[in-house]
Design a protein around this ligand. Structure first.
Ligand SMILES: Nc1ncnc2c1ncn2[C@@H]1O[C@H](COP(=O)(O)OP(=O)(O)O)[C@@H](O)[C@H]1O
Ligand SMILES: [Mg+2]
Length: 262
């Protein structure tokens, strides 16, 4: 599944009647199987963009489409992962992961098998019967990812999913997500505050300007191609190519912040 935005824009009207121009005209195509990272200053419309793609929000201008079909609303084929897991604390890890399947009337035995497979994939084998409040933040995020994978969506939309995790946990989850995205060939749209994370994960990085947000840089990432994905994360991050691209993107964000940041 690929998705596209055709002159998509978003204006909000606040409770006090003020018009907020959150997203400027944005035209964009994301190919099936790609891993696109989005960075940009806080408040530039990243979450707005994700909500439009998820089908939570109908844009006030333009058309957002999946495989050429306009997005009408949320769909299990577009899984969403947020910064905080929003798991049901009274359910076990397994039951949380099975929930979407249950709503779709998948038989109990099959649900169980899919949940176990997905939990194993995110490194949570053996934790199936824990209650989610017994888990660390990293494990809760893993559970949330397993819950999305259980629905086998073609597109996964992620909004700063590792933003609240400590550095070590974050790096582990990054490695695991890369592995999963390649094994399962998902299309991933990943918002992050961290330029380093974007360059590490993405095969394409979009930089957005300050509000009203628009894409000011659309940069392919070829570092892992160059190194054939052979270097462990830590070494990849210190290659000259990685550092150069990271700095280029960071400079672009700084420039695009506008006068407010100066
Ligand atoms: N429902 C809403 N009503 C009014 N303004 C909103 C609403 N949602 C977001 N905004 C505003 O739109 C802008 C973009 O928000 P958002 O997409 O959350 O940015 P980001 O995720 O890049 O930080 C911000 O200025 C925010 O305050
Ligand atoms: Mg946001």
């Amino acid at each position: 599944m690929s998705f596209s935005l055709e002159a998509v824009s978003q204006r909000y009207i606040t409770d006090s009647g003020e018009v907020v121009h959150a997203l400027a005209d944005t035209t964009l195509t994301v190919e099936k199987g790609s891993f696109v990272c989005v960075v940009g200053p806080s408040g530039c419309g990243k979450t707005t963009l994700l909500k439009i793609l998820a089908g939570f929000l109908k844009p006030t201008g333009g058309i957002a489409a999946v495989d050429g079909e306009p997005i009408q609303g949320p769909s299990w084929q577009r899984g969403v992962v947020f910064q905080h897991a929003n798991l049901y604390p009274w359910l076990t890890v397994r039951k949380n992961v099975e929930l979407g399947l249950k709503f779709r009337n998948v038989a109990a035995a099959e649900r169980r098998k899919i949940a176990e497979d997905c939990l194993a994939l995110v490194g949570l084998a053996g934790f199936e019967d824990k209650k989610t409040y017994e888990l660390s933040g990293g494990m809760q995020q893993r559970t949330q990812i397993a819950r999305v994978l259980a629905n086998d969506p073609e597109i996964i939309l992620m909004d700063e999913p590792f933003g609240a995790l400590d550095a070590l946990t974050r790096e582990r989850l990054q490695m695991d997500l890369l592995k999963i995205s390649r094994e399962r060939r998902k299309t991933i749209f990943f918002i992050t505050h961290s330029v380093e994370e974007a360059v590490f994960l993405g095969d394409r990085v979009l930089v957005m300007s300050a509000r009203p947000g628009r894409v000011v840089l659309d940069e392919p990432v070829r570092i892992s191609e160059t190194y054939g994905r052979i270097l462990p994360g830590k070494e990849l991050r210190s290659t000259p190519e990685f550092v150069e691209l990271r700095d280029k993107i960071a400079d672009q964000i700084y420039e695009s912040q506008g006068d407010a940041a100066r």
